[in-house]
Ligand binder design. Structure first.
Ligand code: HEC
Length: 178
């Protein structure tokens, strides 16, 4: 092939290449429709230990027993002892010489995390089906089953932050490491 023909072929291919880039860049980007505030409400449910993000409402363990018995006991058993290894939510000891059993009572550092988790993920067969009041009540009941509060302690966004969890100091904060 002569130098001239080669150059011609190259510039032809380049023209095809660049015109296809141009054609693509002129297409509209298909990113879907904007999300509304209402649609976001059900996803944006993070309630961290500093007390922000909690809904109004309150509940006691005494009130939460009915919620627990009808909506949780089927998987977590009558007193939180679980129906499988994954569903034990009471007991355990992080200082055990054996492999420690991690439960809400033995492992979780913040009571607020119980509220946060239950509100978003439980009951496992119908997440987000509980009212905020029911979440406060049943959270109180789970903490009560773990011996952490008594049955008349009123749980709300403020009291949740004051409950001392047995393993609160069992974690090393490495969040400063990028
Ligand atoms: C259909 C079965 C089912 C029902 C009903 C259910 N759960 Fe669960 N729950 C699970 C399973 C399975 C897990 C473990 C999930 C995992 O390990 O990711 C779990 C995990 C949990 C945990 C975290 C346990 C841990 O230490 O990691 C809590 C707390 C909890 N459930 C509370 C509740 C409450 C309160 C209710 C009732 C409102 C409820 N669950 C109803 C199946 C269920």
């Amino acid at each position: 092939m002569s130098m001239f023909k080669k150059a011609l072929t190259c510039s032809f291919l380049a023209a095809v290449f660049f015109s296809s880039i141009l054609a693509n860049s002129q297409e509209t980007v298909r990113l879907g429709t904007p999300v509304t505030e209402d649609q976001l409400e059900n996803f944006d449910l993070v309630a961290p230990p500093d007390g922000s993000g909690f809904p109004t409402g309150s509940g006691t363990a005494r009130q939460g027993k009915a919620v627990y018995d009808t909506k949780c006991a089927v998987c977590h058993a009558a007193n939180g002892e679980g129906t499988s290894d994954a569903t034990i939510i009471v007991g355990g000891d992080m200082h055990s010489a054996e492999s420690p059993l991690r439960t809400v009572g033995s492992f979780w550092p913040y009571a607020s995390t119980v509220f946060d988790f239950v509100r978003r993920a439980m009951p496992a067969d119908a997440p987000k089906s509980l009212s905020n009041t029911e979440v406060y009540q049943v959270t109180a009941y789970v903490l009560y089953l773990n011996g952490l509060i008594d049955e008349n302690t009123v749980l709300n966004s403020e009291t949740l932050q004051t409950i001392e969890m047995p393993n609160a100091n069992g974690f090393i904060d490495r969040s400063h490491i990028q």
